[in-house]
Design a protein around this ligand. Sequence first.
Ligand code: SF4
Length: 301
Amino acid sequence: MPLTGVHFLLSYQCTYECDHCFVWGSPRAGGTISLGLMTEVLDQALDLASVTDVYFEGGEPFLFYPLMIEGIRLARERGFSTGVVTNCYWATAVPDAELWLKPFGGLGVADLSVSSDAFHAGDDEDPRPGYAVEAARSLGLDEAVITIDPPVVCTTPDEKGLPIVGGSVRFRGRAAVNLTEGLPRRPWTDFDECPDEDFLDPGRVHVDGWGNVHLCQGVLLGNLEATPLRELMESYDPRRDPIIGPLLVGGPAELVRVYDLPHEGGYVDACHLCYEARCALRERFPGHLGPPQVYGAEETR
Ligand code: SF4
């Protein structure tokens, strides 16, 4: 399958600092994309000819509202379907939320996703996602698929009756550091495949404000400032990549084996082991693992 989706990490800055955030978003984080780079990436996506969908995510994209709206306009101008993922911090009441969402109708935004962050802003009763949904409906944005996806951490017995961690949280980024304590763990050797990413045939990439192209958060295909997207895709050789190659052979456990990494006896899930292994390898493979922001080294530039 060719690459069909480009997802902009419009900025790493966010109103919240959620424990489950993969990219260590926070109010202090930087990495906001420039209009120039965003336009260049859209042109490169068009040149690739296979991209159909462009998403605006973060961080929190509504923090950079004029940039987000212009990005949607430029993407629509090039014929891409567009979507936005937001934590709804801006939806303080239904009429106010309508003000923010009004341009979406004219621009033909196809997908407004109310991200799970809103449920982890420290207030389970937060009404803002509901206000955003109501405003979208009152504006007739019915064609937009509005998804609300709260992360859940739950433990259920496996086939041996041992507790395993389920739910929709993956333990990478800040989640690997802040949410793993006290959870049941499985032997590290169990994690012999990546549960989420199709590295042989990636269908979408994330692009951040520094030009990094992510296959999974922090696992880089390359940088668009140095190499255009078409060239990156054409020269992509997953089996020879020093990080993706081992992941394909035997999952995160293979990273530990191949690079003889220090490790604990058990991890909560595959992403937990993968994230810890990548942290240990980051300085050795800076072009493949980055940026530092995604590994907890906050960058405010
Ligand atoms: S195992 Fe690693 S590469 Fe796969 S989804 Fe988890 S963090 Fe990403």
